[in-house]
Design a protein around this ligand. Structure first.
Ligand SMILES: [Zn+2]
Length: 301
């Protein structure tokens, strides 16, 4: 399996094989080229910023750390665990900056990584639409089958099952309440857990999922029994729930919805390069405290 992946990368992208046995060490540029072949930058949204953010392309790579967010905690983790390259899902620098002085939040991270010789690579919306991509990993944790894109990709990424989100079927019909409980066990949930709207006793079979903020795909999920995503905003979610003719909604939180992808990309990198590839379990959602509150009886599932 590893051999065929390496071979595929070599013929497709003119890479030299990168294995631990290779006489010449893998470089940042080698690993970036491999990631670009799986998640071509042309598949990213026009507003997105993907690819190598910082680091010397010629620097050797021995250990990689995969993270959802490059924040001070995960940057420190990369240094602690001896990683030479961070593969992150979210861009560190999305909007234009005029300074990376170490007196700024992001500038401190940039300085810290460059000083330690750690490179940073981002695969964001190009990894969302890929097949397999971010939502495939989420769907796999829930055991969904017969997957298709929730919104098929257009333009450069069109075709071959690519697109935003996934829609598929559970192995057998399940009560919504049981699916919520199962999702809380099957996914790497953050402290605030999972919230949902809908009748817990209703039967669900067809499930739409979307890693990350998914309320812009609410209309695409209308044929599903339930839509599991993150960051559902008050107005779109409550209007949808009040209409009563669409899927039940499950909001698992942003980090939880995208963390499963890290295992997939880490395994692909391990197989293709023979390098040591680590996955961060530091929860990078900003919410660190959770208190149910007096008025939150909710519905028992
Ligand atoms: Zn995201």
């Amino acid at each position: 399996m590893a051999g065929s992946l390496i071979q595929g990368a070599v013929t497709r992208d003119n890479l030299r094989p990168v294995t631990t046995q290779a006489t010449q060490a893998a470089t940042v540029a080698d690993v970036c080229a491999l990631l670009d072949s799986w998640y071509p930058p042309a598949w990213a949204e026009s507003w997105d910023r993907v690819g190598l953010v910082l680091g010397d392309p010629d620097a050797p790579v021995r250990r990689i750390l995969c993270v959802v967010d490059c924040v001070p905690e995960t940057a420190a983790e990369a240094l602690d665990r001896g990683a030479d390259l961070i593969v992150a899902h979210h861009p560190l620098l999305l909007r234009g900056v005029s300074s990376v002085a170490p007196t700024t939040y992001k500038g401190r991270i940039v300085h810290q990584l460059i000083r330690a010789g750690v490179a940073l690579f981002v695969a964001h919306t190009n990894a969302d639409v890929a097949n397999p991509g971010v939502s495939d990993a989420l769907a796999a944790r829930l055991g969904l089958r017969d997957l298709r894109p929730l919104r098929p990709a257009e333009g450069a990424a069109a075709g071959e099952g690519r697109g935003h989100g996934r829609i598929g079927r559970l192995a057998e019909p399940t009560r919504l309440g049981d699916l919520v409980r199962y999702a809380a066990e099957a996914l790497p949930t953050a402290r605030w857990g999972i919230r949902a709207t809908g009748d817990p006793s209703q039967t669900v079979t067809t499930v739409a999922v979307c890693g990350g903020a998914g309320d812009s795909f609410l209309a695409d999920a209308r044929d599903a029994d339930v839509y599991l995503t993150a960051d559902l905003r008050h107005h779109p979610a409550s209007e949808h729930a009040s209409a009563g003719d669409g899927p039940a909604l499950i909001d698992v939180g942003h980090w939880t919805s995208e963390r499963p992808w890290l295992d997939g990309v880490a395994e692909r990198l391990r197989n293709a390069t023979g390098l040591e590839v680590l996955v961060s379990d530091i929860i990078t959602d900003p919410w660190t405290l959770h208190e149910p509150g007096r008025a939150s009886a909710g519905t028992t599932i």
